[in-house]
Structures are given as structure tokens and as C-alpha cells.
Write a protein that binds this ligand. Structure first.
Ligand code: NAI
Ligand code: SF4
Length: 437
């Protein structure tokens, strides 16, 4: 395989275009890079025209589920003037391996703010919120700094750019619970309650924040909107595929020579992305990877050429999710990686439903035993049985996500689990693995 073959699809830096520029986060730098040029254009359009443009672009939610963004905006009912509409940006990024929204907010917070103003105008909201992880204080400060700059420049507040449109934007710090990234738990938390998922339907578009029509969108989805408005739908559709158009941020991590965020068209392959990232670290081979964070079924080296879009990854038996490509090489014990993820899900389970609350606990117990080389082969089937009782039977997607690495690791690496039992311990020398260092 030549380098040219590895890099057949070019990178398309749009969101990340000037992340390395000096003081990239300031209003001055944003304006110097065509910032806030989409906003006056949007404000001259009717709100429904803005929604139609985003619908036509085919932009799909970048938070994991890939739901069409314009369609979600179009769900907001317009027939009850007594109920305000809200826009809530889900900036609670916490899926293991996912590291795109936080760099985006640190590097170019105004991209997100311009997208928020356009989206809020389109859905006729006068209040918008950014729900951000409270632990990442530098990001919180940077967002607030940018919001203050935007108010001072007349992009937020009363009569934005003389259009007659008013919008207030609040940056809200969450308290660091993975479940608060689930959109309805996030809304509960924003309302001041303990964050636990609500029953859907009704979806937030009908009854969200304070039981009013609410759009909840991911940071990257909203930040993509100004470029679409500025450059047009046809431009956006020159990238990606018919059903998964556009550019997106892939997070490469693990045993990769140059980990980081790579912005490319949907449909690029991991083989191509590794071509840009310098491949796996010297002297080692790719063993397994996650296409969309640890909630998505694992892939192996045989999936290097799967197109990384919603259809391609789905057809190959996984999900594109958050596009968090965690790559593990031949020194990694798969049982140990799966145990680590499962401990995370057990810890973060909110406890509302029995399959997830009890199931994740028992998965950890069994995995701890297996990884230490104790237990029996029957435990492997027990793992699958518990995963089956969680998957599709839990109240929210956290349960399904916890079952994914169990089922897929047993599909591809059952022999490695059995080796633990035969050898009475982990066949991998932990000292050689850098993953857990
Ligand atoms: P979902 O498919 O149930 O919903 C996606 C979005 O579409 C939601 O905003 C929902 O309100 C909306 N929607 C769906 N059907 C609708 C309808 N009929 N009417 C109105 N609105 C509708 O997915 P969910 O449970 O919201 O998210 C799961 C995804 O989250 C997973 O795929 C996972 O990849 C991702 N995830 C992301 C994390 C992160 O850190 N970014 C963390 C954990 C999971
Ligand atoms: Fe809570 Fe887990 Fe049930 Fe989701 S699946 S509601 S996180 S217990």
C-alpha cells in the first residue's frame, strides 16, 4: 500500500482551519477568518428558510446519533405562542475517546456562538444555553469570555445587528456526570434537578426545557451551521456521501503515532486517517478500534477500509457514534480494555433502571475474574446473557453502550478470554502496555 493510496481522501479543515492561529479564540481573529459573516445573511432570511437550508444540506447530528439537524429544528411546534422555545447546546462531551467539542470550544468558541445565534433565530428561541462540563474550567472560562465579547459587539442581547431579534445566551456548568450528556438528563440537570433520563416520547422538540419546545444539539453540529450558510448547501454536499454529507471531526487516540483531531469528509476510512496520523506506533500492528467511542461495537484490522459514515459503519456492524477512533495495538489485552470501559459504565450508570444498574455491576464482577484468569468458560456465555438482558431493555442508550464492547470483543477475541483462563492470568505483560500507564 502506498502513501498516496492511504491518503486518497483529502482532509477538509473547516471548523479546525485556524485552530493554530495566535489568539484563535478571540472575536478579532474570528472576524479575520470570515467570522460572523453568515449571521447577517441568516437574519435577512425568514426563520423557516434557514431551517430549509440546513435540511437541504443534509447535516446530521454530530453528537453520536446522526439525526438530521434541520429536521429536528422543523419539529418545533409553532402553534402555542404561550410556550417559549429554547435552544440547548449539549457540550457535555464525555464518551470515552471523544475529544472534539472541547478543543473546538477552546480554539474557536465564536464558531459555536455564531451557530447558536443562527439556530436560535431559526427555531424562534429567545434563550439559548450551553451545557458544559464543569470540570473543564479553562473551556468554561473561554466560552464565557467569548460570550461577553459577542454581547459587547452586538451579536447577542437586544436587537441583534438591528434585526429586531433578541437572544440571551447562558453558559451553564454541569457537575460532571456522564449521564447528563443524555439529552433529557441534561435538561433535568439544567432545571436544577438530579440528572436522570426522562421517558421519550415526548421528545424535547415537543416538551423539553421547562416542558417547552426545545432543540438539543451537539457543539459540532451547531458550529457547522455558519459555514453551511456562508458557502451554501451545494458546497457542503461536495463532501461526504448523499446520505452522510459534509465534513466532520474525527478524534484519533491510543497507539497512534500522531493522535489528535482530524477533520475530513464523512466516508473517509481509518486506513486513510492513519495515513495522515503517521500510522500505528512504530513496530506494532492495529489490533482493535472503536469507530465511535466505547459505546459502539469494536472493529478490528479487517475493518480498516470501512467508510466512516453512518451507512458504512452501520453496514459493517457498528455505529459511527462520536467518531472517536481509539486505536489499540497488538500489546493490548482486550479483556482488560473492556473491563476498564465496563467499570466506567457501571460507575456512571444513574441507577434508574434495573437492567443497567444491576447488569453493569455483574459485568464488572465477571470481567474482573476473567481478566485475572479465574472463572470458567461458562462465564463467557454468562457475560453474553447479561449483555443481552441490558441491550434494548434499558431506559436509555447508556445501557446499550455498556453491552457493546462485551458482545463485540467476544465475537472477535473469544480465544483471548479463554487464554486468560488457560494460563490462569493475563497473557499480556502489563508492563509492556502503554494504555494503562
Ligand atoms: P436518539 O437516536 O434517540 O436521538 C437523537 C436525537 O434525535 C435526539 O435529540 C432526539 O430528541 C431526536 N429525535 C429522535 N427521534 C425523534 C422524533 N421522533 N421526534 C423528535 N426528535 C427526535 O439518540 P440519543 O439517545 O439521543 O443519543 C444516543 C447517541 O449518543 C449514541 O449514538 C452515542 O453515540 C451518543 N453519545 C454521545 C456522547 C458524547 O459524549 N458526545 C456520550 C454518550 C453517547
Ligand atoms: Fe440510568 Fe443506565 Fe437506565 Fe440509562 S440505562 S436510565 S443510565 S440506569
Amino acid at each position: 500500500m502506498t502513501t498516496d493510496e492511504q491518503r486518497a481522501t483529502p482532509l477538509t479543515p473547516v471548523l479546525s482551519r485556524y485552530w493554530d492561529a495566535p489568539r484563535s479564540w478571540t472575536l478579532e481573529t474570528y472576524r479575520a477568518h470570515a467570522g460572523y459573516r453568515a449571521l447577517p445573511k441568516a437574519l435577512r432570511m425568514q426563520p423557516d428558510e434557514v431551517i430549509a437550508t440546513v435540511k437541504d444540506s443534509g447535516l446530521r447530528g454530530r453528537g453520536g446519533a446522526g439525526f438530521p439537524t434541520g429536521m429536528k429544528w422543523g419539529f418545533i411546534p409553532q402553534d402555542d405562542p404561550a410556550k417559549p422555545h429554547y435552544l440547548v447546546v449539549n457540550a457535555d462531551e464525555s464518551e470515552p475517546g471523544t475529544c472534539k467539542d472541547i478543543p473546538l470550544m477552546l480554539a474557536t468558541p465564536h464558531t459555536l456562538i455564531e451557530g447558536i445565534i443562527i439556530a436560535a433565530y431559526a427555531i424562534r428561541a429567545a434563550h439559548a444555553f450551553v451545557y458544559l462540563r464543569g470540570e473543564v474550567l479553562p473551556v468554561l472560562r473561554r466560552m464565557q469570555y467569548a460570550v461577553d465579547e459577542a454581547y459587547a459587539a452586538g451579536y447577542l442581547g437586544h436587537d441583534i445587528l438591528g434585526s429586531g431579534y433578541d437572544l440571551d445566551l447562558i453558559v451553564h456548568a454541569g457537575a460532571g456526570a456522564y449521564i447528563c450528556g443524555e439529552e433529557t438528563a441534561l435538561l433535568d440537570s439544567l432545571e436544577g434537578r438530579r440528572g436522570q433520563p426522562r421517558l421519550r416520547p415526548p421528545f424535547p422538540a415537543v416538551a423539553g426545557l421547562y416542558a417547552c419546545p426545545t432543540v438539543v444539539n451537539n457543539v459540532e453540529s451547531i458550529a457547522s451551521v455558519p459555514a453551511i450558510l456562508r458557502n451554501g448547501v451545494d458546497w457542503f454536499r461536495t463532501m461526504g456521501s448523499e446520505k452522510s454529507p459534509g465534513f466532520t471531526l474525527y478524534s484519533l487516540s491510543g497507539h497512534v503515532t500522531t493522535p489528535g483531531q482530524y477533520e475530513a469528509p464523512l466516508g473517509i476510512t481509518l486506513r486513510e486517517l492513519l495515513g495522515y496520523a503517521g500510522g500505528m506506533r512504530a513496530g506494532h500492528e492495529l489490533k482493535f478500534w472503536t469507530p465511535g467511542g466505547s459505546s459502539t461495537p469494536l472493529f478490528t484490522a479487517e475493518h480498516l477500509d470501512v467508510p466512516l459514515d453512518y451507512e458504512g459503519v452501520g453496514a459493517a456492524g457498528s455505529m459511527l457514534g462520536t467518531k472517536a477512533l481509539q486505536c489499540f495495538d497488538d500489546t493490548t489485552c482486550v479483556a482488560r480494555a473492556v473491563l476498564r470501559w465496563t467499570e466506567f459504565y457501571a460507575h456512571e450508570s444513574c441507577g434508574k433502571c434495573t437492567p443497567c444498574r444491576e447488569g453493569t455491576y455483574w459485568l464488572v464482577q465477571l470481567l474482573q475474574r476473567l481478566e485475572a484468569g479465574r472463572g470458567t468458560e461458562a462465564d463467557l456465555d454468562k457475560l453474553l446473557d447479561i449483555a443481552d438482558n441490558i441491550n434494548g431493555k434499558s431506559f436509555c442508550a447508556l445501557g446499550d453502550g455498556a453491552a457493546s464492547p462485551i458482545v463485540s470483543s467476544l465475537k472477535y477475541f473469544r480465544d483471548e478470554y479463554v487464554d486468560h483462563l488457560r494460563q490462569g492470568g493475563c497473557p499480556f505483560d502489563p508492563a509492556r502496555s502503554t494504555v494503562w500507564a
